[in-house]
Ligand binder design. Sequence first.
Ligand code: HEC
Length: 135
Amino acid sequence: MKKIILLSLIPVLAIIVFVAAQNPLSDPPAEPLAEDLDLGWPDKVMSLLERSCFDCHHSDAGNMKAKSKLNFSKWEDYKITKKISKLNAISEKVKEKSMPTQKYLKNYPDRALSDEEIGVITTWANAEADKLMEE
Ligand code: HEC
């Protein structure tokens, strides 16, 4: 009798597993693509941007508003003055912790920047802006 009950549970479990597999609670973020982007920036900076920013600020991202403001895939097309102002904005937004957005960090807490990582990005963005200003 016990065996029959256990056996009859198998299809039920199979259905639960199947339904769960079809309906993930939330879609994982699109796979970020840094390999196709060679901007000559340090690997450390690139990997931080890839992890914490590309889900919105990359051509493959679905966030139109974010992309229209800043799209790293289009960086090479930006005029030098635009690059400098975007670098200043990056430094500012990261420092004041308004980027990545709080809503995004609630869904993906592992995308948050540590204080040290914030330092890496702001130091780099400021130096890169200075470098462009000298050109
Ligand atoms: C969840 C999506 C999302 C993520 C992740 C994200 N951003 Fe944004 N970002 C936006 C949106 C939407 C805007 C436009 C609205 C605004 O300015 O608040 C924006 C605007 C900006 C701007 C302002 C550009 C301008 O000229 O006004 C900068 C700079 C920026 N983001 C930098 C970053 C950096 C750097 C990261 C990673 C550390 C990042 N963002 C991660 C969504 C995102």
